[in-house]
Design a protein around this ligand. Sequence first.
Ligand code: ZN
Length: 64
Amino acid sequence: MQAEDEVVWVCQYCGIHNTVDVDFTVSGKLDFIEDCRICCRPNRIIITIDPDENIFVEARYIDE
Ligand SMILES: [Zn+2]
């Protein structure tokens, strides 16, 4: 089983799809800031990993 997976998130500013590598050996919640590769604006990325290693990705404006 690989320890990292690539997840897709959608920039809240320009709508473009970005990818980020996530270490999902830790179950629970990851919360971090990523810059969009197109418009370079920071998005808040929230990734939730359940015990069955299903990954849920959510992107938000950082000022919310
Ligand atoms: Zn963008």
